[in-house]
Ligand binder design. Structure first.
Ligand code: BMA
Length: 823
């Protein structure tokens, strides 16, 4: 009896009409590709691109190895076709509306559905939606022809009576770095790089939701959600709103028919979203379910961080400020410039985003700048930045060039901007939209105006203004409350105002060969780029060469240095400050120390100058291929010396010393939002640990301040400056400062003792030495990560490093340090 009752209930549930939610099917199966002039089709992977597909079939060699990049250039010069066959269930086919959403086609694409041309797409950054109901059958063929970009670029070029800097890439709206950059190969891809989704629905469909924050203070958040939807002729539609799983309101949609789907709600005592290291990046879950009296029609969820972010640009006695205020608190921005993680975007998996952003968090960063020559990143990137409290300075995708200004181009840019601002506007992490990278600086400083008539110059600059002073700022202000900044940097380094107003790129270092000390003396209001190259890890070098030896002089290795003077610049700077080893393995190590030395010098000078300076983003975080580059994490994910040392220089409380005309000055910077008591022990010791001088300093650092805490005339002390180091300690924490350049230090050779113990996640390595060992570098061929590296080992003070690895077998740990390389 009881069983038949249950059966009856089950049958009754079975009788209920099915929930009529829209059906979404991603078309990522059964794809094939071929060169248009070939007859044989090969299987293809979607999401993907033609290089990866050719690689999968062994039809090209890996362009990241040796000189192969050159051998695959023909791929970008050909035209390619992709096709798939897909079937649709009758029930789906009968839906009233069926749409194909193309989220990313790279780039000039003609799309045929069952032989009807349904779309011509010309912008890899746009989304395209096509109503396809009339073209669909139960069995369908979707075919996409990708034509090479140069054809289209030549046509556009012909239309202009003058040449625009810098090359034909400016005519095509796709990732500009794929045309070759000073850290990246020329690999101009074609393909379906973001999903193609078929969406079928009957009466109602939510397109997207925007949650607008009208009021936010400690006691209340007043929010307004606005939904974009399709279809609305039904009566009795209701929207249920949930906050963190609790129902907070229901709307009769009939009532809102005439003024759209708005819903206002409040959160009492809201939890705010804070950047990393300043508080918790708390996210609320907001969900809307739309239903009629029987069934759910559609639903949508969004994670929303409640915060205010403003870019503060106010005239002051020196010039004009440039800093971010988050929840009314000035936040010192620490981080780096981010470029695409791979030349082939389809190779970047969610785990790669997770790993890289964990590395960002680990290094005490709170901001990344998504640089304008790459891509508007995938949603997962911004989701993770929201979760981890990483502020995003988002460039629009224009870099180092002047762009056309014809109506088609402008219309295309307008759509691109609107698609991307809408896609990203709910993310708490988005702090700024910036028009372009260095276009304005290039025009004013890089000789781009030479040999042009006044009329021509005016036209080119007016076209610049149409995009960066009109279309983009208007789109940003209409669609979001995020601030807009026209170009990074505000002034090029030829204009003295670069130090007193706006953001700056300091390429006096590297490109202009100025010594690193220049960074001590020239601090801008916000450093949005400065950098120095180094060689990548041994693992990456082995990968490039496909050989076990560390070979850095072969032509094929040199092809992975894309800056024409790169090797020479590294050598020149190394000679100034460091010993220059002959052995390639040592040279690679030294190049990383050199990079870290220069960049942390800059970071610390900028932090000491707070609040004059309110941010430091070095160039560059990561790589898109195995390269000698400015990155602090190499292509295979290995931390270079810079990443370890930047982590220390980015800590919320920094103690940093300078020596000028024999005066030692020690500064303390506090980025936290509370006062920090300081009880510091100062010691000058020789390399055997004998104390030459000592003192203590007691002080209180106010929240968010940087100040001078100590000064000493070194001429009052008698000691050998190349044989001593200043050690400042606060409990276990230590900050070191040397009195000579690394190459002049009289370091002693001595044994480093190693004690290795197995742990659950890998190994602990305890190191100790009787003499100071400078820049100790632990390395191994086993995959894994050292908790610390490139550190100074103080005499008779053991230090334990964790090596986390999946490998269980015994690991061979090698050590390098400068001591053995100084002659
Ligand atoms: C900056 C960037 C990039 C370039 C880097 C190194 O200006 O914006 O264009 O790769 O310098 O030269």
């Amino acid at each position: 009896m009881r069983y038949s009752f249950i059966l009856l209930i089950l049958i009754c549930f079975g009788c209920q009409p099915k929930h009529d939610v829209p059906v979404t099917i991603e078309l990522n199966n059964n794809w094939q590709f071929k060169k248009t002039t070939d007859s044989v089709w090969h299987s293809a992977t979607v999401l993907g691109n033609v290089f990866s597909d050719l690689l999968d079939h062994d039809l090209i060699e890996d362009p990241f190895i040796g000189n192969n990049e050159e051998k695959v250039q023909w791929v970008s010069e050909a035209d390619w076709e992709y096709k798939t066959i897909f079937s649709i269930e009758e029930e789906t086919l009968e839906k009233e509306k069926i749409e194909l959403n193309f989220e990313g086609l790279d780039t000039y694409a003609s799309v045929y559905l069952n032989d009807s041309l349904i779309l011509k797409a010309n912008n890899a950054f746009r989304e395209w939606k096509v109503d396809v109901k009339q073209f669909l059958n139960e069995q369908n063929e979707l075919r996409i022809l990708f034509e090479n970009t140069s054809k289209f670029e030549e046509v556009e070029k012909e239309k202009l009576p003058y040449e625009l800097p810098e090359g034909n890439r400016i005519f095509t709206r796709k990732a500009q770095f794929q045309y070759g950059w000073d850290w990246g190969p020329k690999l101009n891809t074609s393909g379906i790089w973001r999903p193609i989704k078929m969406v079928a629905w009957n009466d109602f469909r939510i397109r997207n939701i925007e949650v607008i924050q009208n009021v936010l203070n400690d006691s209340i958040a007043r929010l307004e959600s606005h939904m974009d939807y399709e279809g609305f002729d039904q009566e009795n539609l209701f929207a249920d709103y949930y906050l963190n799983g609790d129902l907070i309101g229901t709307h009769d949609l009939e009532m809102t028919k005439n003024f759209g789907l708005f819903f206002n709600f409040e959160i009492k005592n809201p939890r705010l979203w804070w950047p990393h290291n300043l508080g918790e990046p708390y996210l609320y879950n907001i969900k809307v379910i739309v239903k009629d009296d029987k069934k759910i029609l559609d639903s949508i969820s969004v994670k929303k961080g409640l915060r205010t972010i403003e870019l503060i640009t106010e005239k002051d006695s020196i010039g004009e400020s440039f800093y971010f205020k988050v929840n009314d608190v000035p936040v010192y921005a620490k981080g780096a410039n981010y470029i695409p993680q791979h030349s082939f975007q389809n190779k970047v998996k969610d785990d790669d985003y997770e790993k890289l952003l964990n590395d960002v968090v680990d290094a005490n960063m709170n901001m990344l700048r998504v640089w304008g020559g790459g891509i508007y990143e995938n949603d997962v990137f911004y989701d993770l930045c929201d979760e981890k409290g990483i502020l995003v300075w988002q460039d629009f995708m224009f870099a180092c060039a002047m762009y056309p200004g014809d109506d088609n181009f402008l219309e295309n840019v307008q759509q691109e901007a609107s698609d991307n601002v809408k896609r990203l506007r709910n993310h708490a992490s988005i702090a700024l939209w910036c028009g372009n990278n260095e276009n304005s600086e290039g025009w004013h400083r890089w000789g781009w105006q030479a040999n042009r008539s006044e009329a021509e110059k005016e036209e080119i600059w007016n076209n610049y203004l149409k995009v960066f002073d009109s279309i983009l700022p208007n789109t940003v202000s209409q669609l979001t409350d995020t601030d807009y900044w026209e170009s990074s940097p505000k002034y090029g380094r030829g204009n003295p105002k670069y130090k007193t107003e706006g953001d700056a790129h300091d390429w006096w270092i590297w490109h202009d060969g100025y010594p690193f000390e220049h960074l001590d003396e020239n601090v801008p209001r916000f450093m949005s780029e400065f950098g120095f190259q180094s060689f990548p890890s041994y693992e990456t070098i082995r990968y490039i060469n496909q050989s076990d030896s560390i070979e850095i002089n072969s032509d094929s290795f040199k092809n992975h240095q894309k800056h024409s003077r790169g090797f020479q610049i590294i050598e020149e700077y190394m000679q100034r400050d460091f010993p220059v080893p002959e052995n390639p393995e040592d040279y690679v190590y030294m190049s990383q120390l050199l990079q870290a030395y220069g960049i942390t010098k800059g970071i610390e000078a900028q932090r000491r100058a707070k609040p004059y300076n309110m941010g430091t983003l070095y160039w560059q975080l990561n790589d898109c291929w195995p390269a000698i580059s400015w990155s602090s994490i190499d292509f295979l994910g290995n931390w270079k010396a810079l990443h370890y040392k930047a982590k220390r220089s980015f800590e919320n409380v920094l103690i940093s010393s300078t020596i000028e005309k024999h005066i030692l000055r020690t500064f303390a910077a506090n980025d936290t939002l509370s006062n920090v008591p300081l009880n510091l022990e100062f010691k000058i010791i020789d390399f055997e640990g004998n104390i030459i001088w000592n003192d203590t300093v007691t002080d209180i650092l106010n929240s968010n301040e940087s100040k001078l805490i100590f000064a000493l005339n070194l001429n009052d002390l008698d000691f050998d400056r190349s044989s001593a180091v200043l050690v400042i300690s606060k409990d276990e924490k230590k900050w070191l400062h040397y009195f000579s350049k690394p190459k002049d230090l009289k370091l002693k050779e001595g044994e480093i003792l190693k004690k290795i113990t197995k742990t659950d996640d890998g190994f602990n390595i305890e190191l100790s030495s009787k003499t100071l060992q400078k820049d100790v570098f632990l390395y191994t061929k086993t995959n894994g990560h050292f908790s610390d590296n490139f550190f100074d080992l103080l005499p008779n003070q053991p230090k334990t490093i964790e090596f986390s690895t999946q490998e269980n077998e015994s690991v061979n740990f090698n050590i390098k340090c400068i001591n053995n390389l100084i002659r």
